[in-house]
Design a binder for this molecule. Structure first.
Ligand code: SF4
Length: 263
């Protein structure tokens, strides 16, 4: 298992991600003025997310920054204790037997949950989308309208924001030579750990954990969450982008290398 690296060109990607996040922050702030606002129950954080590696890299980068800030303000021992506790939380989730392998069911909270989101300022877009630009599920205790749903934002400005986000993932893939190691949709704890652990630690983790924790989908176009399906690029565009990389839609609706589908 290769340790992944953050490159200087990624800083542009992180800024571009923040740009997309800021747009959703505005929707979220407006949403919080309505009766359908988030009640901070944390119930939606009982989830094992699969996200694109570009967002994992951003999270790892911001965690490293926080580490150095803590070192400066509190000393090295305190910074080490903090990062070790974060890495332990991420590693623990690699042993989550209750996770269904595709982001939905798990008995445990997200690795970043600790009586609140510990990466709230740089959490991924899927967390910002929930209840803001998509509907919520039965776990969410917030108020519903007469149809049993919530009012959420939609329309051209939402579509522009989500498509800007998708193009940012695409650019990250291009900056990294479209390598399947970097252009991949992956279990978030593993994606973040792959920037924080060394090769020996990653190999040990690989030997001790189930294969499904390590399974990813190659290609930014395979990051298909409810919010991208609702507001992002249409199927024709996504499939055309995948085709340029020699991929077609398989039986599960995922985009896969043509030779692997036909095996
Ligand atoms: S990253 Fe934060 S907001 Fe998203 S699921 Fe994890 S704890 Fe919840």
């Amino acid at each position: 298992m290769t340790k992944r690296e953050i490159h200087s060109s990624d800083l542009h990607i992180f800024n571009r991600l923040e740009f997309a996040y800021n747009k959703i922050r505005v929707f979220q702030a407006n949403h919080n003025e309505t009766e359908f606002k988030c009640l901070n129950s944390g119930k939606c954080c009982k989830i094992g997310l699969k996200i694109h590696l570009a967002e994992c890299a951003h999270i790892a980068f911001r965690m490293r920054q926080e580490y150095y800030l803590r070192m400066e303000n509190e000393g090295k021992d305190s910074a080490d204790t903090w990062i070790e506790s974060r890495i332990k939380a991420l590693t623990d989730r690699m042993y989550d037997d209750s996770w269904d392998g595709d982001e939905q069911t798990t008995d445990l909270h997200c690795a970043f949950w600790d009586d609140g989101c510990t990466i709230y300022g740089y959490r991924p877009l899927v967390c910002r989308a929930y209840g803001t630009i998509i509907d919520v599920d039965v776990t969410c205790p917030r108020k519903r309208n007469d149809y049993g749903t919530i009012e959420h934002f939609a329309g051209k400005s939402v579509e522009d924001s989500v498509q800007e986000f998708q193009l940012t993932l695409k650019q990250y893939a291009e900056y990294n030579g479209k390598s399947p190691e970097y252009d991949v949709v992956i279990y978030m704890p593993l994606g973040v750990l792959s920037f924080l652990l060394d090769e020996v630690q990653l190999e040990e983790l690989y030997q001790q954990t189930k294969d499904e924790m390590w399974e990813g989908y190659e290609g930014w176009f395979n990051y298909q969450s409810t919010f991208t399906k609702l507001h992002g690029f249409k199927d024709e565009f996504i499939e055309a982008e995948a085709k340029l990389r020699g991929m077609i839609v398989n039986k599960e609706g995922k985009l896969q290398r043509e030779e692997d589908v036909n095996e």
